[in-house]
Ligand binder design. Structure first.
Ligand SMILES: [Fe+2]
Ligand SMILES: [Fe+2]
Length: 261
């Protein structure tokens, strides 16, 4: 059973007045809802990749996918409650048609331990993103969004932890060293640029002004993104001692900012 149910959230109590003119927030949440709700495609690919590992494939099917899709549904309902003019269903249909072409198993890492690491990078991205949204929503005085973002954030941290266990299991045989690990983290971070976001943007906004949106995203990151948490999560598989960790942390934090995360 998921730890929370979006149907128990009181969407009628949203402080619409505080946010209904916030075009950036609308776009951001609509994009997130599109990507989350398409997790069924990833789940299928991951299940094929880890075929034979019942522990992982069952978890992906029975927990991970259900939680990710709930994130999408919770955000969809939020978007539709506040910005009722937006035809979510139609825009999503068009987005999905294009987006699923990019979600192929060929994009995966070349080994099971490496792919677990890549998943940890993705979950680091999502858990920190929702933490930022939680803080932003509080500043906007919108507690319903803050609650949704908090719930999603918790789920993403849990996913990270499960993928970490998977990494440790597969790395017992693959024995990746720190250099290998850094390489995977780095390449996955590089791929985490705006492809998903830019694709979703196209189907949500007709204004073609992705640059302006991206600028606002950077501003959001500057004010609310939990860089320290992101660095800690990204570096965790390296099992560094405290001294090296402190030296490396600032380098990674710098890299994150370069990637616009
Ligand atoms: Fe999610
Ligand atoms: Fe997740």
């Amino acid at each position: 059973m998921p730890r929370w149910n979006y149907e128990n959230i009181n969407y009628e109590e949203i402080n619409k007045e505080n946010i209904k003119n916030n075009e950036f927030l609308f776009t951001l949440l609509a994009i997130a809802s599109f990507i989350e709700i398409t997790s069924d495609v990833y789940e299928n690919n991951l299940k094929r990749f880890y075929e034979g590992d019942k522990q992982i494939t069952n978890w992906l099917e029975e927990i991970w996918e259900i939680e990710e899709i709930q994130h999408g549904k919770a955000l969809r309902k939020y978007v539709e409650s506040v910005w009722s003019d937006f035809d979510w269903g139609e825009a999503y249909k068009n987005f999905r048609n294009e987006y699923i072409k990019y979600c192929t198993i060929e994009e995966f890492q070349p080994s099971r331990a490496r792919e677990m690491l890549a998943r940890m990078v993705v979950e680091t991205g999502t858990s920190t993103f929702y933490k930022a949204i939680n803080a932003y929503a509080k500043d906007l005085n919108e507690p319903i969004l803050a609650t949704i973002a908090h719930n999603i954030h918790k789920d993403e941290v849990y996913h990270y932890e499960v993928f970490n266990k998977g990494f440790l299991k597969y790395n017992e045989t693959e024995n990746l060293n720190r250099k290998d690990i850094i390489k995977v983290i780095y390449t996955r971070l590089k791929e985490a640029n705006d492809e998903d976001v830019a694709t979703a943007y196209k189907y949500i906004q007709s204004n073609n002004d992705f640059e302006a949106f991206h600028k606002n995203l950077k501003k959001l990151a500057k004010n609310y993104y939990p860089y320290k948490m992101a660095v800690k999560m990204l570096m965790y598989p390296l099992k560094l001692n405290r001294y090296i960790e402190n030296v490396t942390a600032s380098t990674i934090e710098g890299a994150l900012r370069v990637f616009g995360i």
